[in-house]
Design a protein around this ligand. Structure first.
Ligand code: SOE
Length: 379
């Protein structure tokens, strides 16, 4: 059957612009899908930046104004990879123009913006998804499968960490094209929106909704130079580190911790789930493995086992290589795009959609609120 063409307009040319471009290029080579994305246009404010990016990845044309991109009749889908403070206006305009909308995480600067975006895509009835790519790590999808199969039973505890170390040096600037994540006016928050949003999305997906939280945050470096104007400094408004306790709606207890000041930790994203019948542990630095403890095993062999998640029976892996050959970070975006395309026009569109991501955004907002008030806050 001929594949339906889906014309894509991508906004942003940074880290995520590259990850998404790679996904559009590869997805149909590995997944048998009814849709074929066409890389129609890449968009960013500066032509001298977006042109070489577009040429490198095979985008057919460029735009320097996202409004013009949205106005184009030959674009079906807008993919937002630009900084967080641009998500809301672009997503709402794209939805109002009847385009499908994909958006990088976090959904928005805050839940108020996220709600407006969610209402816009729902009112327009356009397909939408947020790129919480770690759901598409096969080992994390396998964790979801084991939990849904009831293998660990009633869940008591969830323990998540997301640790990096790249902002310890106080001379690292903020703002500009590559360091906007450190600028509160562009990012909306620090590790809470950037890293914990991933952990929260995974937790809600695996365990269910979060009821209340109590949090602490710290900003270790109080001011930083500006990337665009290094002689100037600006106070740092983001949270460099955040830790919070949470109670899930189902009664499970959780701890979440994130920092960019954990020397030696580059992108360590881990979680452990403890249930009545077993436990599960995942570490992104060993992304092809899932640790599983089954209390029902015979007593003389019971113990933690390491599942090498590369078999064709494991989530996504039949699309990739032979057992034992691992896949990487970039494949999580390809898997996510495949899920989105597979879900189009069906009763099971891919998740997380904007409403799911809004729930995560609401937890993030509540965490930041609790860090200020110093008390438990209900989500
Ligand atoms: C931050 O350093 C960052 O690039 C996040 O923005 C991504 O979402 C995360 O997956 C890797 O780290």
């Amino acid at each position: 059957m001929a594949k339906k063409k889906l014309n894509v307009g991508l906004i942003g040319y940074g880290f995520m612009g590259r990850a998404h471009s790679n996904a559009y290029l590869k997805v149909n080579h590995f997944f048998d899908l009814n849709y074929q994305p066409v890389m129609k246009a890449a968009c960013a404010r500066k032509a001298d930046k977006v042109k070489p990016f577009a040429d490198n990845w095979g985008w057919q044309s460029i735009e320097t104004d996202w409004r013009r991109l949205i106005d184009r009749k030959d674009i079906d889908l807008i993919d937002i990879c630009s900084p967080n403070n641009t998500h809301k206006d672009i997503a709402i305009a794209a939805a109002q123009a009847g385009k499908m909308v994909l958006c990088e995480k976090p959904l928005a600067m805050n839940a108020k913006e996220g709600l407006a975006m969610t209402k816009a895509v729902e009112k327009a009835g356009v397909p939408n998804m947020v790129w919480f790519n770690y759901r598409r790590v096969p080992a994390i999808s396998l964790a979801k499968q084991l939990i849904d199969e009831g293998r660990i039973g009633k869940v008591f505890h969830y323990r998540a960490k997301y640790l990096q170390d790249w902002t310890i040096n106080p001379n690292v600037p903020q703002g500009g094209p590559t360091l906007w994540r450190l600028d509160i006016d562009v990012a909306g928050s620090g590790v809470t929106g950037d890293l914990l949003a991933h952990s929260i999305d995974t937790a809600i997906w695996l365990i269910g909704g979060i009821d209340k939280v109590t949090a602490m945050t710290e900003t270790f470096v109080k001011k930083r130079p500006l990337q665009d104007d290094p002689k100037k400094t600006k106070p740092v408004g983001i949270d460099d580190a955040c830790a919070f306790l949470a109670r899930f709606k189902n009664g499970a207890l959780a701890t979440f911790e994130s920092t960019r000041y954990a020397r030696g930790r580059k992108n360590q994203n881990t979680f452990e789930v403890n249930g009545e019948l077993g436990s599960i542990y995942f570490d992104l630095e060993d992304a092809h493995q899932l640790q599983y403890y089954n209390h029902k095993d015979d007593s003389h062999v019971v113990g933690w086992r390491t599942i090498l998640v590369t078999d064709s029976d494991h989530p996504y892996m039949k699309h990739w290589w032979v057992p034992g050959c691992v896949i990487g970070y970039e494949h999580t975006f390809i898997n996510a795009l495949a899920d989105f395309l597979e879900g189009l026009g069906t009763k099971n569109p891919a998740r997380p959609n904007f409403r799911d991501a809004l729930e995560t955004q609401m937890v993030c907002d509540t965490v930041l609120k609790s860090a200020k008030t110093g008390v438990w806050e209900k989500v």
